[in-house]
Design a protein around this ligand. Sequence first.
Ligand SMILES: Cc1cc2nc3c(=O)[nH]c(=O)nc-3n(C[C@H](O)[C@H](O)[C@H](O)COP(=O)(O)OP(=O)(O)OC[C@H]3O[C@@H](n4cnc5c(N)ncnc54)[C@H](O)[C@@H]3O)c2cc1C
Length: 423
Amino acid sequence: MSTTDSNSVAEDETDDGESVDSFRARARLWLAENMPLLPDGATNQLLAREDESGQRARRLQRLLFDGGFAGISFPVPYGGQGLSLHHQKAFTQESLPHQMPTVFNVPTLSILAPTLLDFGTEEQKVRHIPAMLSGDELWVQFLSEPSGGSDLAGLITRATRDGDVFVLNGSKIWSSGAFRSDYSLCLARTDWQVPKHRGLTMFILKIHQPGIEVRQIKMVNGTGEFCQEFFDDVPIPATDVVGEVNNGWTVASRLLFHERNATGGGSPYVSGVATAAAGQDGQPSDLLDLARETGRTADPRVRQLVAEARVNDRVQSQLVERVTTGIRTGAFPLPAGAIPSLFAATNTERHFDIGLEIAGAGAGAWIDDDADRWGETYLLRQGLSLGGGSNEMQRNIISERVLGMPREYAADRDKPFDEVRHN
Ligand SMILES: Cc1cc2nc3c(=O)[nH]c(=O)nc-3n(C[C@H](O)[C@H](O)[C@H](O)COP(=O)(O)OP(=O)(O)OC[C@H]3O[C@@H](n4cnc5c(N)ncnc54)[C@H](O)[C@@H]3O)c2cc1C
């Protein structure tokens, strides 16, 4: 493992000599002069949907990079600012009124860049992390397969060694935004004669090249964000192995830790969105705005629902703070990240249920006002309860690897993978 550890983001508030207050003032001024404000009623999430190709996000990310505000907590040698979590939080708070390249947050900057920092060679880090921070490279994760995503270690896409390259064959699915991305971290099976967790390798994979077909999948809300990829004899240079050959499970486990951090709202690498890690309570005002727009602020039931959502967001914020601090200080093991991740998923579902109830019949009307947005968003309310590991899998992790309860029975444990029934 490389010596740069993404868990070592500085806590110190003045580690480059600039106080958080001075940094905040400088950031506010720079943002006002350089980053366009969000139009009335728009959010970065809504703007991202209109920017399917990601070109707008790439331009905005480049602006941040040129202005010295990309990668606040990333190490300086890889193009970051090398500042503390407190600087990142201050920047995020200041950035909220502005248009921001939020497409870069997940998975590029919050999941895949930290995984490369943890396990990449120096050459890999220098090659890719500055390119991510400057908006030149969007990344995606190639983990799930048509045969199943929860049993990630049971995947069957194969990479067979042939001299200086590995030859990739198989298929990945549910890859968010693969069509507009440049690279992926791709987990593949490199040894079939050992138990499933011990025969996997993680690769850096260039997406748009001969032998890879990317197909968009039309989703229930009309977008084509999900993709399926087909690999037909794709050569991957052996220098693009991340970590060690057949030790890909270690890399994948760390990737999933960063993913739980991102989905739980605890990532130190995210700018432009209100998260618990940024000292913001999730989405504090959108339900109140909705109650106002639908003229229901005096309705006791609506008031109760808005208050419930507010309390849930507060609890999530405190939970993130407690668990991320516990992991940083070593009081909690890394799998404890499943706790805020599970809470964020269930809270998100509740948030959209409440939105639908307040919006009422207008939510189904598909007309051009704010209420109808809630009907459409409701269709994706369970996304967080699957992406990054389903709620059931998060519960398994918490019970087995945080609370030390007995492990779930697995017929394939310790058996060579080629003796196990799969697919
Ligand atoms: C919004 C979103 C974004 C995503 N982005 C990506 C991406 O970019 N890249 C990528 O690779 N994947 C991505 N995924 C896929 C995601 O990782 C998988 O959907 C997830 O891992 C579950 O796998 P599956 O859909 O194959 O369900 P399955 O694994 O088939 O599971 C089906 C059901 O069975 C339950 N189940 C399975 N095993 C167990 C068990 N042992 N104990 C209890 N219950 C169990 C699950 O909880 C689930 O409810 C994304 C998914 C979503 C929703």
